[in-house]
Design a binder for this molecule. Structure first.
Ligand SMILES: *[C@@H]1O[C@H](CO)[C@@H](O)[C@H](O)[C@H]1NC(C)=O
Length: 357
């Protein structure tokens, strides 16, 4: 982004801030004090330093992690390095991230991975759908995961005019998915106005080889998307409104609202516990501190677990909270057996042993 545009963005940002201070203070977490919470013993995962924005755990305990996201206005500690997909085997006593090699004619230099989702075919083939932003555009890359070779084989790049600012994705089959567009505008300046004002033009797109369409709309920065264990409901994180929306999947793939839950923080990705159906989310404690990116006073991390999301007795628990001294800007949380993995937009990744209750 050019200097002039940066200045313009900052000016509008400050003007909006002055105008809506009480509300925004809350929204940006300026006034928050974090009392740390840890669910058990926590350790950083070796080898992840530049983000772990989205995480998907395969049934056998292998976690796929997208790293190195470059996104307008957000910090990035390795701007000269392309993004990567890491593998972490959760069955090992000490967790270590291994970079997956990307084979077969894929432009690794411009790889800028964001949300990811996996789909396992009947013969066991693992497909990985990755939202990519090469040169700040939006594509969805489809890879085949080769566990033996520790590699990803690129199968195809999906581009579509309705997939204009994709954030996250959830695979429905080997060739269909739902994806969120977090902005309507392409231009950084307009995007920012969109985010900090009442414009809620983000949407959800259904994509298949046969049909591509908008299936839900009217959200402020729609972000993480996940599917319930029974495959009947979609969970959608609306970051700007601090909400999770539960929507029913209709036979034509349209999504109809069932209910909305106020989570009280700008939540990011959503993951569903494959055993219990609990929904887990990570959130950056203060968007304001993240934008300012002061190493002396970084943004913190929060993890929330939502139990019984489909019933009347929904229970939300703050499972992890840190002021940024350990983990900055959480974006995702997911569990495998008694292990909790927490990913971040631009920082490290953490693993905690959950103490069973
Ligand atoms: C964050 O918390 C740690 C200990 O929990 C504390 O030592 C540190 O001063 C806090 N940092 C900020 C910026 O509040």
């Amino acid at each position: 982004m050019g200097r002039v545009l940066q200045l313009a963005v900052l000016t509008v940002f400050l003007a909006l801030l002055a105008y809506q201070l009480p509300d925004l203070g809350n929204k940006l977490g300026i006034f928050e004090e974090a009392v740390p919470i840890e669910p058990g013993n926590c350790h950083l995962i070796k080898g992840i330093e530049y983000g772990s924005e989205d995480i998907n755990i395969l049934p056998g305990g292998l976690a796929l992690i997208s790293s190195g996201l470059k996104y307008p206005m957000l910090p990035n500690f390795a701007p000269d390095q392309p993004g990567k997909i890491f593998l972490v085997d959760l069955n090992n006593p000490t967790l270590k991230a291994v970079e997956l090699r990307i084979a077969r004619g894929f432009d690794v230099e411009s790889f800028n991975p964001h949300g990811l989702s996996t789909y396992i075919e009947e013969d066991g083939t693992v497909l990985v759908f990755v939202v990519n932003h090469p040169q700040m555009t939006s594509t969805v890359e489809l890879f085949k995961f080769e566990e033996e070779q520790l590699s990803l084989i690129h199968l195809k790049t999906i581009r579509h005019e309705l997939l204009y600012n994709v954030n996250d994705i959830v695979a429905l089959s080997s060739e269909s998915f739902y994806a969120t567009n977090d902005h309507y505008f392409f231009n950084d300046f307009l995007k920012l106005i969109e985010f900090f004002t009442v414009l809620s033009w983000g949407n959800v797109i259904y994509y298949s080889a046969l049909e591509v369409k908008e299936v839900a709309t009217g959200y402020g920065f729609p972000n993480g998307i996940a599917i319930s264990l029974d495959g009947k409901y979609i969970f959608l994180a609306e970051t700007a409104a601090f909400k999770i929306h539960v929507m029913e999947i209709k036979s034509n793939y349209m999504l109809t609202p069932v209910k909305s839950l106020n989570v009280g923080i700008g939540l990011d990705n959503l993951e569903v516990d494959p055993k219990t159906g609990d929904v887990w989310t990570g959130a950056c404690l203060s968007a304001w501190k993240m934008f300012l990116n002061n190493p002396e006073n970084p943004t913190g991390s929060e993890v929330i677990k939502i139990e019984n999301i489909l019933s009347k007795d929904v229970r939300m628990t703050q499972v992890y909270l840190n002021n940024g001294s350990v983990l900055q800007g959480a974006s995702v949380a997911t569990v495998y057996k008694n292990k909790l993995l927490i990913g971040t937009i631009f920082h490290k990744a953490l693993h905690c042993e959950l103490v069973s209750s």
